[in-house]
Design a binder for this molecule. Structure first.
Ligand SMILES: O=c1[nH]c(=O)c2ncn([C@@H]3O[C@H](COP(=O)(O)OP(=O)(O)OP(=O)(O)O)[C@@H](O)[C@H]3O)c2[nH]1
Length: 184
């Protein structure tokens, strides 16, 4: 089983490695995860679920191309903020493309609320969440480790773990009976 993911962000790659091993290792023996740098085609700070989904889809498709069209699956993970009513949430979207068929699976992480303090920096100061987290923590590259998710939950749910459920859901069409549950 060869999976290619369209990012080199360590937290995202760790999520794909551990999730792929969990869901495929028994059935497929060895699982190889290749990480390639691709452009998401969306802004560095996506501002809606739709924009994050577009980024995840482009990453998955370009990752397959970059692997020389050899991978079984391309994966794209894209984090962004999204507004529901008058509240803003951070959420990661996951897209899986099966190279042989072009079939696509979707999932997302759980969402968590962004404070007005952080949203003001994103909206008014046009800053990216990654930059804000580095500023507030005094650390560098929070995005590739605990992520905002890990910092704001005091380490109880880091970015890699939070993205894992969404990635399992994105693989769902390839894990369960196609005829019985899914559109062809
Ligand atoms: O969903 C998230 N969970 C987190 O815990 C988290 N911590 C920081 N961010 C930031 O949200 C923005 C979009 O994320 P993003 O997926 O577009 O890009 P990224 O720069 O982190 O990775 P990549 O572009 O190298 O693949 C970027 O500013 C991220 O850094 C997070 N997003």
């Amino acid at each position: 089983m060869h999976i290619v993911v369209g990012t080199t962000n360590k937290a995202k790659v760790a999520c794909v490695v551990s999730t792929a091993e969990t869901i495929f290792a028994v059935a497929h023996g060895s699982v190889t995860v290749e990480a390639v740098d691709v452009v998401s085609g969306v802004s560095s700070q996506p501002m809606s679920a739709e924009e994050s989904q577009r980024g995840a889809l482009q990453r998955a498709k370009l990752a397959i191309e970059q692997s020389g069209n050899t991978a079984d699956f391309g994966v794209g993970l894209e984090g962004g903020v999204e507004q529901i009513g008058d509240r803003w949430f951070e959420c990661g979207w996951m897209c899986v493309v099966e190279r042989a068929t072009g079939r696509i699976g979707w999932g997302s992480s759980a969402r968590f609320e962004m404070s007005q303090k952080i949203m003001r920096k994103i909206i008014d100061e046009k800053k990216e969440l990654a930059e804000i987290m580095d500023e507030l923590t005094g650390e560098t590259d929070v995005r590739s480790h605990a992520g905002a998710m890990g910092i704001l939950t005091d380490g109880h749910l880091g970015r890699a773990a939070a993205y894992s459920h969404g990635l399992i859901f994105a693989f769902a069409p390839f894990l369960s009976d196609r005829e019985k549950y899914w559109d062809s």
